[in-house]
Ligand binder design. Structure first.
Ligand SMILES: Cc1cc2nc3c(=O)[nH]c(=O)nc-3n(C[C@H](O)[C@H](O)[C@H](O)COP(=O)(O)OP(=O)(O)OC[C@H]3O[C@@H](n4cnc5c(N)ncnc54)[C@H](O)[C@@H]3O)c2cc1C
Length: 455
């Protein structure tokens, strides 16, 4: 490939204690957590809002907050706090199991929370590069309408979901399945209006009653097969992945249905293809819904997500790699920062539907997340939070959901504050002190913090 050399001197336009790259669920929690410890925090975000897949990705449903089956709440802290706040203002519904919300309102509330903590937000700004010296990130290069600029930070938190910073800084990472590198499919979410949800709900309950451990009934497989057999539907999907509904918008549904396989979410060309293909699938789906789903006869496309939804891309290989065996054994860790409890949800990497590695847990399922999974190798002043933490492809099926990304972000922010205060690396902080800090902020870190669910 032809190459050109670019010699440039990049101005360091900002110095900050903590630079958070990416303002999704993990980045939001990281920034708030660090700022509440009194640090100067800057967040770089490529879109025009906070929330990541919860907002730009149009995924107005966060789950889950409780042990599998719903008896105990195992997620607290910032993730619980903002769900209560958004619901109290009439923009969503939270039952300590999951949180359904109006996406635009979540953007507003998150910005208000950021402004209150005086966090610097840089929208329309992409991470571009890092300057690493002796295993330390000296500066992060960003790209915006201003051109290329640099930010110097004491601690950097990679919350890009794709480990963009860690990869660029030379930290080891993996991508996709161990044998062939294939990742879970992307999904372009979309929102429809004009839905008679009671009628839809009634139809679904009657025709496809949900039984514990049999998630297939909920997905309306028979209906999509009929549409495909009649030549009305392309075979990109064979089940609903999620219809998200909030009582504050009774005739609207967020739809998780499109599936784009075999693409790499860390490549611009693939993101472009997936977005165009996702939009095509979304409009095609509306036609199918109108014809086949009782209650959706008059539905209409409201909008598609501004950002394609990534389920899986890079995962760092950190100081500890969380495995599916850890999850299934419901392991406890001395350096626990909080709990996960979602089933192992692995979408088929090469076709419609789910992968055989999907695992339905027993009732009461929950497991601890170790702090070491946020520590990348080779780079001492970098923490990683969110979808790209250190875990296996299968374990990510559970860990990738938003409450866990927020737990990791909150821990990363608090750990960053401790590292700044002690002028050391996040890998040298006291775990006991970190756990105490998190618990004081309402996080559920250890068994004794778990509470009975109060819907
Ligand atoms: C279709 C779909 C359905 C899902 N369903 C659920 C569900 O039901 N419940 C649930 O809880 N979770 C669900 N998830 C998982 C969850 O949404 C994600 O795993 C989670 O949002 C990851 O959080 P994150 O902060 O790590 O990354 P993201 O949410 O992806 O946020 C990353 C942020 O960083 C920004 N960014 C990325 N790269 C750069 C860069 N180079 N420079 C600047 N900014 C950058 C992005 O714009 C984004 O705002 C779903 C995901 C998808 C795709």
């Amino acid at each position: 490939m032809r190459a050109i050399e670019l010699k440039e001197s990049i101005p360091v336009v900002r110095e900050t204690d903590v630079l958070v790259v990416g303002g999704g669920p993990a980045g939001v929690a990281a920034a708030l957590s660090a700022a509440r410890q009194g640090l100067d925090v800057t967040v770089v975000e490529q879109t025009n809002c906070l929330g990541g897949i919860a907002t730009s990705g149009l995924h107005g449903h966060i789950c889950q907050y409780c042990s599998w089956g719903g008896e105990f709440r195992v997620v607290g802290g910032i993730c619980d706090e903002f769900a209560r706040s958004v619901s109290a203002r009439g923009y969503g519904a939270y039952d300590e199991r999951s949180f359904d919300f109006e996406v635009e309102a979540l953007k507003l509330v998150l910005e208000e929370m950021f402004l209150k903590e005086k966090i610097n937000i840089l929208y329309y700004t992409q991470f571009s590069d890092v300057v690493v010296e002796d295993g330390n990130i000296r500066a992060v290069v960003i790209q915006s309408k201003n051109g290329r600029e640099a930010v110097a930070a004491k601690i950097v938190i990679d919350a890009t979901g794709d480990a963009d910073v860690a990869a660029r800084a030379g930290a080891p990472f993996e991508k996709g399945r161990a044998d062939d590198g294939a990742t879970q499919p992307m999904t372009l979410m979309f929102q429809i209006g004009g839905v008679d949800f009671q009628k839809v709900h009634h139809f679904r309950e009657k025709e496809y009653p949900v039984k514990y451990g049999d998630s297939n009934k909920y997905k309306l497989h028979k209906l999509w097969k009929e549409a495909q057999d009649n030549g009305d539907m392309e075979p990109f999907q064979d089940g609903i992945m999620g219809w998200w509904h909030t009582p504050t918008r009774p005739d609207q549904l967020g739809i998780n249905f499109t599936h784009i396989f075999g693409k790499d979410c860390t490549r611009m060309e693939d993101l472009t293809f997936a977005t165009i293909e996702g939009r095509r699938q979304a409009f095609h789906t509306v036609d199918v819904y109108r014809k086949y789903v009782p209650g959706m006869e008059g539905c209409w496309m409201s909008h598609c997500a501004a950002m394609i939804g990534t389920r899986e891309s890079r995962r760092i290989v950190g100081e500890y790699v969380i495995t599916e065996q850890d999850l299934m054994a419901q392991r406890d860790f001395d350096d626990s920062i909080g709990y996960g409890s979602f089933f192992i949800d692995v979408h088929n990497c090469t076709g419609p539907g789910m992968d055989s590695e999907t695992w339905n847990p027993p009732k009461g399922f929950k497991y601890q997340i170790p702090y070491r999974a946020l520590l990348p190798k080779n780079v001492s002043n970098l923490l990683v939070a969110g979808r790209c933490i250190s875990c296996t492809h299968v374990a990510l099926g559970s860990l990738r959901v938003m409450p866990q990304c927020m737990i990791e972000g909150e821990a990363a922010g608090a750990a960053a504050a401790m590292a700044v205060e002690s002028k050391s690396s996040p890998r040298n902080i006291s775990i006991g002190k970190l756990q105490d800090t998190l618990r004081k902020s309402g996080a559920i870190v250890l068994q004794k913090d778990i509470v009975k669910r109060q819907p």
